[in-house]
Write a protein that binds this ligand. Structure first.
Ligand SMILES: *Cc1c(COP(=O)(O)O)cnc(C)c1O
Length: 377
């Protein structure tokens, strides 16, 4: 079975994890947590990084820190992984779902702009939704598949409409826009280290920020808001959202290999683009010249999506459709969906991700492309 994007544990993982076990430093404190945080901040070019138990919990904490609560609305793309929306819902806020750009598969910034101009008002530097009178404090771009939208435009719109930017950059470790790392543009950004991500700790996440006070509060909130080093004194409702040292040890070993992983992802996408060029109507995600993506998960667009999915999966080459658009899920069907011809559904109906584990061989890549080509004969 060729996994879609399997973990690559070819470095110092075993050595560092063994060290944790032999020394007993397996849990919530230990040098690997600090080291992993330092490496992540340095890599992303932010001043601070705070490790969390998952990307989802990182997003939840960011929203809490930004003061999002009941009666607020948060702008997010309609095509994303469920975790973005779950984090918004945990705070009691409701999402404003923005349709998808048909070419780069990120939030459509033209639709966003029209919505902000026509349907919001600014009062005392706060953005309100005209129809419901609800506050819209946050916009949450998602760097879908490690691609990044036109951040200049997004940041300008956010500024003009008094929106704070929190980036769901969980897929963008190693992706840059105009030389700046994904997750370092907003007030806060996030990473995920789930098993299928570009690096993994089994499960885990990270909060990125340049704001010292926010970083301290993030650490505090993710560790049960304990306010005294000795007494069990807690000064607010906290969360047990910390990353354990064993997982962080894996993270450090994975970070050491990240440049190699990204180099391999780039070879994989180059191979696919070359081999599948001119085959049927196959298209790849459009990436602007301003973006250097990590190519975490090569994904193709074709009218024969269902046939290609079946052909590959039947031959044990794990391939997956795109996420079901959020507005099509029962939990969000009553939330606001701002769209133009429902491009999200169009993208969803045509896209599929193809095998791209960093350890995949060129021979296996060739088997994948041959199988895809058969569908178009
Ligand atoms: C992976 C991912 C997350 C976070 O996932 P966890 O499994 O909780 O680490 C959030 N948003 C997106 C877009 C993701 O792909």
């Amino acid at each position: 079975m060729l996994l879609l994007s399997g973990p690559n544990m070819g470095g110092n993982e075993l050595k560092y994890v063994t060290e944790c076990i032999e020394t007993g430093w397996v849990s919530s404190v230990g040098s690997y947590v600090d080291k992993f945080e330092q490496m992540s901040a340095e890599y992303a070019g932010t001043k601070y990084a705070v490790a969390t138990s998952s990307g989802t919990t990182a997003l939840h904490i960011c929203l809490i820190l930004a003061g999002v609560g009941q009666n607020d609305m948060v702008i997010a793309p309609n095509i994303t992984f469920i975790a973005t929306l779950n984090a918004i819902k945990y705070t009691g806020a409701s999402p404003i779902l923005i349709d998808t750009d048909a070419d780069n598969w990120q939030m459509d910034l033209n639709i966003l702009e029209t919505f902000l101009q026509a349907e919001t008002v600014q009062k005392d530097y706060v953005c309100y939704h005209k129809l419901t009178g609800k506050r819209i404090p946050i916009i949450m771009p998602v760097h879908v598949l490690g691609n990044i939208c036109n951040m200049d435009k997004l940041l300008a719109l956010a500024k003009q409409h008094n929106l704070v930017v929190i980036e769901d950059s969980t897929e963008a470790l190693g992706s840059y826009y105009k030389g700046k790392h994904g997750g370092s543009f907003g007030l806060m950004g996030t990473f995920s280290y789930n098993g299928n991500k570009i690096i993994t700790t089994g499960g885990g996440g990270m909060i990125l920020t340049n704001d010292e006070a926010l970083a301290k509060r993030a650490k505090h909130l993710t560790t049960q808001a304990k306010s005294d080093p000795f007494e069990y004194m807690h000064d607010e409702i906290g969360y047990n959202y910390r990353l354990v040292n064993v997982a962080a040890a894996m993270g450090v070993a994975q970070m050491e290999q990240l440049p190699g992983f990204i180099a391999r992802k780039k070879e994989i996408i180059a191979f696919y683009k070359k081999e599948l060029h001119g085959i049927g109507d196959i298209k790849f995600q459009q990436v602007s010249d301003d973006v250097t993506p990590n190519w975490w998960l090569p994904t193709i667009f074709t009218i024969k999506q269902k046939e290609v999915l079946k052909a590959l999966n039947d031959s044990k080459m794990q391939s997956r459709p795109f996420w079901v658009p959020m507005n099509q899920l029962p939990m969000f069907k009553n939330d606001l969906y701002i769209q133009n011809n429902d491009r999200s559904d169009f993208v969803y109906q045509h896209c599929l991700s193809i095998p791209c584990s960093t350890y995949i061989t060129d021979a296996d890549l060739k088997t994948v492309t041959n199988k895809i080509k058969e569908v178009f004969i």
